[in-house]
Design a protein. Structure first.
Length: 319
């Protein structure tokens, strides 16, 4: 079997049919679908069971609610194909996603294949294309891109992974967000070859109510987000010394912004980020990876974090 398509399921009865139909309509058919229902309280489990009866390639499992990380770990223990594709249960995929990725792997033997995606909602349709030319990507280049967390982001669902990369890697159960960010650099570190396929193959459905798509501030989740970005920064500093420490600090800086604007200055992770920003101030001001406006924010935050917060909130209210 060539592909294991993993779909974590939790209270998505309104979207699950469309997701599974897009998977079963694939033009390349050598795959299995692993559905893990994480204690849904709606009819998601019934929908999964129905599809499992209709197609023997679908493997359906249920568990008490343990969170998305535990669900992903469960699925990894079941998957048996050469490559893994992740699909969120409220999203959908192009009918030739597997065919295109399979052709790319046959030609390149890549450990990780990256492709483009679209964001879909009731009010917008946006195409997100990476800033690369089709072909192999340099490992140092992709590790820097992961450090910056901008063009090449840590989504699981716009990549195909050789299953062996996940051996011994677990999603952290204590985090309900950013679980993909917490392991992506480990997978890329293990991989030898990366191939960018410039095709829009994944449709990310932006809906209210999804855990990963909420804009409200949650103190515990934001604390976890900062800790995860600091863990990646530490890993990159230890293993990729050609990437400047200032550049590895950019993602923790940007992901600390919600905590700064909330006024939670005593957060341990934020305190660590602010200390590192002071220590690496010259590098942050000299890097080409930050805009002039972002460099101004760096200076403002380091010197007057509370004033910066008031300024940002006042400016936000005007709009």
């Amino acid at each position: 079997m060539f592909f294991s398509i993993i779909v974590p399921v939790h209270n998505v009865e309104l979207y699950l049919d469309k997701c599974l139909q897009s998977i079963l309509q694939q033009t390349f058919t050598d795959f299995e679908v692993i559905l893990i229902d994480d204690g849904s309280q709606d009819k998601s489990a019934e929908i999964c069971a129905k599809y499992a009866q209709l197609d023997r390639r679908i493997k359906f499992f249920q568990q008490e609610n343990q969170g998305v990380s535990a669900t992903r770990n469960t699925a990894l223990g079941i998957a048996c194909a050469q490559y893994i594709i992740w699909v969120d249960a409220d999203d959908s995929i192009e009918e030739d996603l597997l065919a295109e990725v399979k052709k790319t792997i046959d030609q390149s033997s890549a450990d990780i294949v990256l492709f483009d995606f679209c964001i879909v909602s009731s009010v917008r349709f946006e195409k997100h294309k990476m800033k690369y030319h089709e072909g192999f990507l340099n490992k140092q280049e992709v590790m820097l891109a992961l450090a910056l967390d901008e063009d090449l982001q840590s989504y699981l669902w716009n990549k195909a992974f050789k299953r062996s990369l996940f051996a011994g890697v677990c999603f952290p159960a204590k985090y309900s967000l950013f679980e993909d960010y917490s392991i992506m650099h480990l997978l890329f570190h293990r991989a030898d070859t990366f191939y960018y396929l410039p095709r829009f193959l994944y449709y990310y459905f932006d809906r209210r109510g999804s855990i990963s798509r909420t804009n409200s501030y949650d103190r515990q989740q934001e604390h976890g987000k900062i800790q995860i970005t600091l863990q990646r920064m530490k890993f990159l500093n230890e293993n990729y010394t050609a990437i400047s420490r200032a550049d590895t600090l950019i993602a923790p800086f940007k992901h600390s912004m919600n905590t700064i604007l909330s006024g939670n200055y005593q957060d341990e992770g934020l305190q660590t980020v602010l200390k590192l920003m002071k220590k690496n101030l010259w590098g942050l001001l000299c890097t080409s990876k930050l805009t002039c406006k972002e460099k101004r924010d760096v200076l403002f935050i380091i010197a007057y974090p509370k004033v910066f917060r008031r300024y940002k909130l006042r400016k936000k209210r005007k709009f």
